[in-house]
Design a protein around this ligand. Structure first.
Ligand code: SF4
Ligand code: SF4
Length: 98
């Protein structure tokens, strides 16, 4: 087995790797919430946009309809909310999140 195959996190900067920061549910202070009424793929029922998927540094956003976020590994950085061109992502305080 090669060294690369032994440690999937070692090469995280050159290859997408889900959960580089480990499980974040216990330390995340904010979480993104997608308003699917505003989110372009859900609104148009077509695979388009996915800018949040492209920019998420943890690779935890799906390229599906509807777009989904894996909260086990999302670190709450807010990049998706910042980059969403239609303002469909809101950051909620973790304590207020449903
Ligand atoms: S960037 Fe915004 S509109 Fe585009 S897929 Fe993501 S949440 Fe939806
Ligand atoms: S807040 Fe958004 S960009 Fe940041 S890790 Fe979570 S889903 Fe990805």
């Amino acid at each position: 087995m090669s060294d690369q195959a032994k440690d999937k996190f070692t090469y995280a900067h050159s290859k997408f790797c889900v959960g580089e920061a480990g499980k974040t549910g216990s330390w995340r202070t904010q979480r993104p919430q997608i308003d699917h009424a505003k989110c372009t793929p859900s609104k148009n029922q077509r695979p388009s946009c996915f800018i949040c998927w492209l920019y998420c540094p943890e690779a935890v956003v799906s390229r599906t309809i509807p777009v989904q976020i894996d909260y086990d590994y999302c670190k709450g950085c807010g990049v998706c909310a910042e980059e969403c061109p239609v303002g469909a992502v809101k950051m909620l305080d973790e304590k207020e999140a449903p």
